[in-house]
Design a protein around this ligand. Structure first.
Ligand code: C5P
Length: 396
């Protein structure tokens, strides 16, 4: 996944124990395609050495405003000249106070003052330092100055205390940076989605299920959240982490999914049915494990409700998006489903290589016709689907 390809980031690392996490952050940002240039403050260099960051970023590390390696001796201008953002992680209470007042007494703060790009700050400090009125004043001022804050999170701290002030984990910060660069196409919209398979119990230990990795749905939830939407992900059993900014409601059966969807629906602008809902469930589920007898056993199946069709059939439905995974005749079947379920948009994909892969080939069908998307990874496809659906939403 090269979602930060072509992005130049200046990463400021200040003096805090969370500086050790900045090393992993450099690795993750680099893996996502970013060109990372680390600027260490004097305090930061007491926790992690420049050698670590140089090895991980593949770039020189800067610490000194007067570094003679910079040809024109203007490190404070040159380093951010073509940068897409400065990220400070960890950002100490001290650096935040300096930024608030426009102090420029070292390389990092001078870079921030002389920059022509967004400033992203991931605070990391003791709970009491974070709660101090002086820090809170600085936070409010930084926000008013257009600085973006990531975190802090609550939890256990290095000092042994528990509370707000922990730096976000490197994975969360990398996700936040990726999200920062996405267009806010769904800002202010509420999106409800279904994901994964459903599991229909036969008895307490057995059931009928569909094959679904949930990757497409979770990727779409992530893309919607990164586009600024409030996302509710009603999910059947899958082993995937909840994307940042999405709220998961875990369910098992189709009936539970139906109920959870309708509970989440009020105020929704968009409903996306991605789940591979089991079409049938056992008419009865045995209270105890069915014993093996050697004789034939029949299970009577009864149809499950069609969640998507029920939502789309509401008097004032949200904008409904369906998925159609077909093994042949994609155009005919997908468009047929779109019309039958009264959907403004359906995402069709031809299942040739089985389900659960990382790449996908999809075609979008709407009232204007058929729109094939180029073969891409699921995250890229998810973004393309979000862009298409955002363009079809009624303006608010
Ligand atoms: O009719 P079919 O199952 O092929 O339609 C697939 C679409 O309908 C998907 O978007 C799926 O999430 C949704 N669906 C549903 N409830 C069902 C069956 C399918 O929401 N019971």
């Amino acid at each position: 996944m090269i979602e930060l390809k072509g992005r130049k980031l200046v990463l400021g690392v200040t003096g805090g124990v969370a500086a050790y996490k900045a090393a992993e952050l450099v690795r993750l940002l680099g893996k996502a395609g970013a060109d990372v240039h680390v600027v260490l403050t004097e305090g930061g260099a007491r926790f992690v050495t420049a050698v670590t960051f140089q090895a991980l970023s593949g770039n020189r590390v800067w610490t000194d405003l007067w570094d003679p390696r910079m040809d024109n001796n203007m490190a404070h201008i040159d380093l951010t000249r073509d940068a897409d953002a400065i990220l400070i992680a960890p950002a100490s209470a001290d650096v935040m106070a300096k930024l608030t007042h426009g102090l420029a007494d070292d390389l990092l703060t001078t870079l921030c003052l002389a920059r022509d790009c967004p400033l992203l700050v991931a605070p990391a400090m003791n709970r009491q330092m974070w709660e101090h009125p002086a820090t809170q004043r600085n936070v409010a001022q930084l926000r008013a100055d257009g600085v973006t804050l990531f975190g802090p999170a609550a939890g256990e701290q290095a000092c042994g205390e528990v509370g707000l002030g922990r730096m976000l984990e490197p994975e969360e910060l990398c996700e936040a940076v990726i999200g920062f660069f996405q267009p806010r196409l769904l800002a202010g919209r509420r999106v409800v989605m279904t994901a994964g398979p459903t599991f229909e119990a036969i008895d307490p230990v057995r059931g009928i299920t569909n094959s679904s990795s949930g990757k497409m749905a979770y990727g779409l939830a992530r893309a919607c959240a990164q586009a600024g939407a409030e996302v509710v992900l009603v999910s059947g059993p899958v082993a995937l982490p909840v994307p940042a900014g999405a709220h998961r409601v875990s369910v098992r059966s189709a009936l539970e999914m139906h109920e959870a969807v309708f509970a989440a629906l009020p105020g929704a602008d968009v409903f996306i049915g991605v789940a591979a809902v089991a079409d049938y469930r056992p008419a009865t589920s045995a209270e105890h494990k069915i014993k093996k007898s050697g004789a034939e056993l029949s299970i009577t199946l009864t149809p499950n409700p069609d969640i998507l069709a029920d939502v789309a059939g509401l008097p004032n439905p949200p904008f409904c998006v369906g998925f159609a995974a077909e093994s042949r005749n994609l155009d005919e079947y997908a468009e047929g489903k779109r019309k039958a379920k009264k959907l403004p948009l359906i995402v069709g994909n031809l299942v040739q290589d089985g389900l659960g892969g990382d790449d996908n080939l999809v075609v979008l069908y709407d009232a204007a016709g058929r729109h094939p998307l180029p073969k891409a990874t699921k995250p890229d496809l998810a973004r393309a689907i979000v862009a298409h659906l955002a363009g079809l939403l009624p303006q608010v």
